[in-house]
Design a protein around this ligand. Structure first.
Ligand code: GLA
Length: 403
């Protein structure tokens, strides 16, 4: 009888919590106190093969890009992960071990990883929680521990884990399983969750991985949606409201950069890069690093903008004002400064002002103002800053209290 009463009491106490369980989170047996691996205390930076090379990736391309990451200064600016996306896979062998495509990767993954490591870079790879990857290669479903062990033996430092061909799998559970498998290898492997925001990953992924995609795929366009592909402005609008869920070790991922792939103007690419930095997004270049123009290099290597992205406070900035196609974004930085972005989404130049109230500062506060694209200090300001912003352009400032 006592046991029955205790059971009833336990049920009554648990009932309100159960009633609040989000229907998308049907993995109640997972430990709610689990934590991710402690990696990626600032948003990961690197390069990924997909946006430029898609399924045409091969060993020669990856080596060429790795060399260029060093010679261009990308590595020294913080872009350390070289990630091979889909289509590197060959078949599974007789024991079920995943192999690399022997024609595309004749030296094998271990040798490629060694080469990448010898350049002071880190090595990333791609798999999928389903039976096949989105490109139709073998997925990791049913092989999670085996694949994690293989990756660790190759020297993998980063895994992007996709969501094609997953049927009725529960996302939280599927990603937790691979996270456990990675952890069991004893190797530090950044875990990049890629289920496109379908199952509200911001609610559960911080306990499981380091970054999670919040939208469908990016494409090299300023705005709009084309089937599963989303333009930069479209992605920004989906990713922006999720700012409270990001922080050190766990980041919203609005997808990889399209800078330098040719579909947008340099002004649009500067806006793309600035917004990713304001959103504390992973900065994963998606162009051919070995063949980039000086303009592309200047954008990707803008260290003042990178510093905003990598700020140790790890706050995701967000939109604090909008009127028509003019917007003001604010990102608090460690030490009390603010990054401020004036964004003009319109087709004509626009005068945009940021009042100190939008920065949570009293109007009387005097502050130093630095323009992060012109690389120069502007006049000190009190109360507000104002600038004329080019169409599809930005003015990005670092504003710091001080006389
Ligand atoms: C999905 C992902 C992309 C890319 C491709 C590879 O679409 O969202 O980022 O990895 O699969 O097939």
């Amino acid at each position: 009888m006592r046991a029955l009463i205790a059971l009833l009491l336990a049920w009554l106490l648990a009932a309100p919590a159960l009633a609040q369980t989000d229907p998308n989170r049907l993995a109640p047996h997972l430990d709610p106190n689990r934590t991710a691996n402690g990696l990626a205390q600032t948003p990961p930076m690197g390069w990924n093969s997909w946006n430029k090379f898609a399924c045409n990736v091969n060993e020669a391309i990856v080596r060429r890009v790795a060399d260029a990451m060093v010679s261009s200064g990308m590595r020294d600016a913080g872009y350390v992960y070289v990630v091979i996306d889909d289509c590197w896979h060959g078949p599974r062998d007789a024991e079920g071990n995943i192999t690399a495509d022997r024609e595309r990767f004749p030296s094998g993954m271990r040798a490629l990883a060694d080469y990448i490591h010898s350049q002071g870079l880190k090595f990333g790879i791609y798999s999928d929680a389903g039976r096949t990857t989105c490109g139709g290669r073998p997925g990791s479903q049913g092989h999670e521990y085996q694949d994690a062990r293989t990756y660790a033996s190759w020297g993998v430092d980063y895994l992007k884990y996709d969501w094609c061909a997953t049927g009725t799998r529960n996302a939280e559970e599927a990603y937790a399983l691979m996270a456990d498998a990675l952890r069991a290898t004893g190797r530090d492997i950044v875990f990049s969750i890629c289920e496109w925001g379908n199952n509200q990953p911001w609610l559960w992924a911080p306990r499981i991985g380091n970054l999670w995609r919040t939208t469908g795929d990016i494409y090299d366009h300023w705005d709009g949606v084309d089937r599963w592909q989303h333009g930069v402005m479209n992605i920004v609008d989906s990713n922006e409201p999720l700012w409270p869920f990001a922080g050190p070790g766990h980041w919203n991922d609005p997808d990889m950069l399209e800078i330098g792939n040719g579909g947008m103007s340099d002004s649009e690419y500067r806006a793309h890069f600035s917004l990713w930095a304001m959103m504390a997004a992973p900065l994963i270049a998606g162009n051919d690093i070995a063949a980039m123009s000086p303009a592309t290099r200047d954008i990707l290597l803008n260290r003042e903008v990178i510093a905003v992205d990598q700020d140790r406070l790890g706050a995701q900035g967000h939109r604090t004002w909008r009127q028509g196609t003019s917007e003001v974004w604010v990102k608090p930085l460690a030490g009390g400064a603010r990054a401020v972005l004036l964004l003009n989404r319109g087709e004509a130049p626009a005068e945009i002002a940021a009042d100190w109230a939008l920065l949570d500062w009293p109007a009387s506060l005097r502050a130093r103002v630095r323009d992060l694209w012109q690389h120069r200090d502007l006049a000190r300001a009190a109360g507000r800053v104002r600038a004329t912003v080019a169409p599809h352009g930005v003015v990005m400032l670092r504003i710091e209290p001080g006389a």
